[in-house]
Design a protein around this ligand. Structure first.
Ligand SMILES: Cc1cc2nc3c(=O)[nH]c(=O)nc-3n(C[C@H](O)[C@H](O)[C@H](O)COP(=O)(O)O)c2cc1C
Length: 165
């Protein structure tokens, strides 16, 4: 399966999660891990799209926004996808997680979410990741790929892949 992981990261923690996800999947899948700025357009084949960003300003600042806007303009129809973020604390009604915003924008672009939005915790404003979170991300990624593989009949007619710009 072709997996594309797109991330935004200010201090490196979300990038670390994205690269951990890539490493967890690469023995069984073709994986690309790409910064959102380098993934502005999509073309080719992707079977699973995973997008992550840090939660900033209660979910209102989203540093992968232009990538997601591009997906929506492109209209990518039924691509299996999942969203994650890194953040300092548990999401509340007022303190939304970036992964929730990403997930709704993925859906708006036509993606089919294969899991609930997931948050991975950092210990302070600039990190580091809380112990065990990278391992949890690896397990989460494997479970996503298994879910998509199990629902292979639901694959989109034509799913996109990354085109570097
Ligand atoms: C401008 C700014 C706003 C932030 N706002 C929040 C917030 O509302 N809630 C939260 O849990 N963490 C907040 N954080 C902490 C980030 O979630 C944390 O910096 C991020 O997880 C680190 O990921 P990164 O290393 O990939 O940038 C904020 C960080 C920055 C820089």
């Amino acid at each position: 399966m072709n997996v594309l992981v797109v991330y935004g990261s200010q201090f490196g923690n979300t990038e670390r999660i994205a690269r951990t996800i890539g490493a967890a999947l690469e023995s069984r899948h073709d994986v690309q891990v790409v910064g959102a700025r380098d993934a502005r357009a999509l073309a080719g084949d992707v079977d699973l799209l995973i997008v992550g960003a840090p939660t900033q300003m209660f979910g209102r600042r989203l540093i992968v926004r232009s990538f997601l806007d591009g997906l929506r303009r492109q209209g990518i129809g039924n691509l299996p996808a999942a969203a994650f973020d890194t953040r300092m604390g548990t999401p509340t009604e007022k303190n939304a997680a970036a992964s929730e915003t990403i997930a709704s924008r993925l859906e708006a672009a036509g993606c089919r979410l294969v899991a609930a939005p997931e948050s991975f915790l950092v210990a302070g404003f600039t990190g580091p990741l809380v112990d065990g979170e990278a391992d949890r991300a690896a397990r989460w990624a494997v479970s996503l790929a298994e879910r998509v593989a199990a629902g292979a009949g639901d694959r989109p007619d034509r799913a996109p892949g990354v085109e570097r710009v």
